[in-house]
Design a protein around this ligand. Sequence first.
Ligand SMILES: [Zn+2]
Length: 112
Amino acid sequence: MGFTQEPLVIYWWNARPTTPNTMHLYIYRQVEECLGIEGDWDGLLWYVSDFILRADFVRLAGLWVTDPRRIMLAEDKVNDPSVVSHEIIHDLTNGKASEGDPVFERCEIKPL
Ligand SMILES: [Zn+2]
């Protein structure tokens, strides 16, 4: 059975720009090394939101979008290495790695 995946609307509340901390930079460099891709750290914007919700009511921990390139994190996930590394993979692959791509399994940071 074939089906078309509809793009889902995503809502967020109280988005504001934020300054990434040294952990975000450290994870960015780790994921660059894992992927073998050199990214543009300085061109990436960071936002934090009270929360992020998909139109089907799935709560998201983070989001990567282009124009301009930015990572938005839910407030309670700002310093979660697995969420941060996941969104950085989207950035470094320029959105080409879709959910479930093996690169996530390989390069996401999963604390023990
Ligand atoms: Zn994702």
